[in-house]
Design a protein around this ligand. Sequence first.
Ligand SMILES: C[S@@+](CC[C@H](N)C(=O)[O-])C[C@H]1O[C@@H](n2cnc3c(N)ncnc32)[C@H](O)[C@@H]1O
Length: 254
Amino acid sequence: MRKIFVIGIGAGNPDYITVQAIKALNSVDVFFVMDKGPEKDDLTRLRKEICARHIKDRSYRIVETPDPPRERNAPSYESSVRAWHDQRGAIYEGLIEQQLADGECGAFLVWGDPSLYDSTLRIIDRITLRGNVTFEYEVIPGVSSVQALAARHKITLNRIGKSVHITTGRKLSEGLPDAIDDAVVMLDGDCSFKAIDDSGIEIYWGAYLGTEDEILVSGNLRERKADIERIRQDAKAKKGWIMDTYLLRRNAGQ
Ligand SMILES: C[S@@+](CC[C@H](N)C(=O)[O-])C[C@H]1O[C@@H](n2cnc3c(N)ncnc32)[C@H](O)[C@@H]1O
């Protein structure tokens, strides 16, 4: 039987890797690496560094495959993502079938935690449902960018007995519902917080969390949003890519 590990490697700091992840890394024969976008080279390098640093007395192979581009002109966002997952599913299936011998162990190293805005588990589910290739798999949790954000700002995400909402920039651009007091926003390439004009909201923003380029800004949203937008733009221009996450907190004093 082949085995696949889906390993959360943390969202930026190489020290975010867990002991469980290190144990899993040390049983892997083949690492499958697929990244996309301008951050691809940096993230691929970090994965290789993690392998080199933590894998002891064991040889392993790294198989790099270009990620298929997502169709940007599809009729809807959901349909373009589904089609993209199908393409990736076919690629992953081929990789497992062709690159992994019976009895060998393969791994996908997932940025942050595999449960949060990552398609690897959804794709693995599809492959197992199709049944063309059989394998067992195990998921190793990682430190997500949301946890990194909270730790670096020294905040709890929820207030006593309250909920926390996790969403995307795309959803936030439709507005922050009145019923939501605490929202973590990810995947926001457009600074969707700009459109929110409520004097009672605080923002806790973090870019490149856990890395040497980390930037943290917090304060009243109305007062800080122009600064954050400018800082974000400058950082992206300098490095070529940016990953940022933030918490919006209504009525922070209560
Ligand atoms: C495709 S999602 C992957 C999330 C990842 N699975 C996790 O657990 O954090 C990418 C988004 O995660 C957030 N993100 C990931 N790493 C980050 C970091 N080091 N600093 C700030 N935000 C980060 C950003 O919102 C980015 O747009």
